[in-house]
Ligand binder design. Sequence first.
Ligand code: B1M
Length: 215
Amino acid sequence: MTDLLAKIRESVAELDLDQTLEHVREALERGVDVVDLIEKGLAEGMRIVGEKYESGEYFIADLIVSAEIFNKALSILKPKLEEMRKQVKPLGTVVIGTVYGDIHDIGKNLVATMLRISGFEVVDLGVDVPPEKFVESVKKHNADIVGISTLLTSTMTHIRDVVEALKKAGLRDRVKVIVGGAPLTEEIAKELGADAYGENAVKAVEICKKLLGKA
Ligand code: B1M
């Protein structure tokens, strides 16, 4: 099983779509845990892609290809994920989005997927989401949690704007705010006014449950 996860990681890192899809199908057939497959296989492969980009081996076009590979692999897992979602009881509503100025959505989509299969109702606002859209959605869906994702150092401070907008709308006491994404840490999250920081999608689910007293 560990071998197969390593193969998935490597094929994503090598931008090999066919191999990635083949290994993912095999992993599913062999009953590999879907969460491991995503976190230790696909997401880890993306991390290596990022390193290759940083070192100058890969370019923006390669990042785009990597995102396509990731999304295609994830689509193979959809039926299994849907099956898992049906087996859980409802826990609460999360409004989630990537903060304005940032269009990275793979991590955010993963968090949304994991929350759904764990029993949360998820309202996904997409990418480049302005503060007022978060506010509007919290009101409309009577959300319990706001989830904000950001991958860029230059946009992480925009989280504060969302928190401020929630305060201004009188909603901050009613909702918990969880944030995540590569440039953030627990400390930065607190400084920006969030209640919690999720290091990865699995942790994000644990934290959301805790925030609602359902852990
Ligand atoms: Co961009 N990019 N990118 N990129 N990209 C990074 C983030 C970067 C680290 C690459 C690098 O230089 N090493 C760098 C940011 C540097 C920084 O600011 N610190 C960077 C840059 C600079 C840029 C551009 C500015 C490049 C340019 O144009 N010159 C540009 C920005 C565009 C914009 O947003 N305005 C850009 C564009 C792109 C693409 C569009 C080509 C593509 C994104 C495609 C897409 O998302 N649909 C892309 C990609 C693919 C990456 C890397 C390679 C991979 C990101 C990813 O999907 N990772 C990335 C390098 C890296 O991360 N090492 C990079 C996989 C994903 C599963 O992990 O998103 O971290 P991640 O999510 C994790 C956790 O962070 C956490 O859980 C997830 C699952 O475990 N998490 C949460 C995330 N959100 C959470 C929310 C939560 C809780 C946990 O609660 C709500």
